[in-house]
Design a protein around this ligand. Structure first.
Ligand code: FMN
Length: 226
């Protein structure tokens, strides 16, 4: 099976947020989608190991913030590459609470939803939350960030509808001038999107190597080239 086929699907990029016992937490997801319109229902598939998932299960509700195409990549890093078990992800992030007390972002989003979990389907490593939408608001006029655009932007590429910030564009030009063009390769966890950056070449890692973030086996990593 070629796991890279999953990268050919079209996804958005979202921040799923919740609150439990005065603790706000959130993480990046690309698996939020509309299920029905009347009544409004959304689905979100989340790794059971995520702290956000644990808190959503306790609270029974969550927010889904739709990231804007021009959102800073470090915002995605803030919510997607570390756990709220280790740090307060909202420390420097402007946010508000919805009617259920769950946090949503006030900047860099174009819409937000409040969701009440109606059903939780056990998918083994993941939980699939089937949710009733209780609030929905358009908060900005820009384009949504897609998973495909994010993957291009994080490797210094450009996407239609988004001007590269001058400094980033300059940095890319300088890097391009200094380094002879050769395809960049990286091993990426297809489950949690962790990018392997160890000293040992990925191919030489032992077969029992597991992703340090989501603990899935070496076999779920895919080789990306750009
Ligand atoms: C681009 C991207 C997409 C992601 N998509 C999902 C997803 O759909 N479901 C999920 O459970 N985690 C997803 N993650 C991983 C979580 O955001 C990540 O494991 C996060 O650190 C969990 O934080 P927490 O422990 O505070 O909940 C994604 C991460 C990135 C960077």
């Amino acid at each position: 099976m070629d796991n890279k086929a999953f990268f050919k699907l079209t996804y958005g990029l979202f921040v799923a947020g919740t609150t439990w016992e005065d603790k706000q937490n959130a993480c990046i997801i690309n698996t939020a989608t509309q299920a029905t319109s009347e009544p409004g229902r959304m689905l979100a598939t989340m790794m059971k190991t995520n702290y956000t998932t644990e808190l959503i299960q306790k609270k029974g509700s969550l927010t889904i913030s739709v990231l804007a195409l021009d959102c800073p990549l470090n915002l995605i890093g803030n919510f997607g590459f570390s756990s709220g078990r280790d740090r307060n992800k909202f420390e420097e992030i402007p946010y508000a609470l919805d009617e259920q007390g769950n946090p949503y972002l006030l900047e860099h989003i174009i819409a937000r939803f409040s969701c009440k979990v109606e059903q939780t389907i056990d998918l083994g490593t993941h939980s699939l939350f089937v949710c009733a939408v209780t609030e929905a608001e358009v908060t900005g006029s820009g384009q949504p960030m897609t998973y495909a655009s994010y993957r291009i932007l994080k490797t210094g590429g450009s996407v239609p509808g988004l001007e590269k910030p001058e400094t980033a564009a300059k940095a890319t030009e300088t890097a391009a001038a200094a380094v002879p063009e050769k395809p960049q390769k990286r091993w990426v966890c297809s489950v949690c999107h962790y990018v392997y950056d160890g000293e040992i070449p990925f191919e030489e890692l032992p077969e029992d190597y597991v992703c340090p973030v989501c603990k899935r086996p070496k076999s779920v990593f895919v080789l990306e080239e750009s």
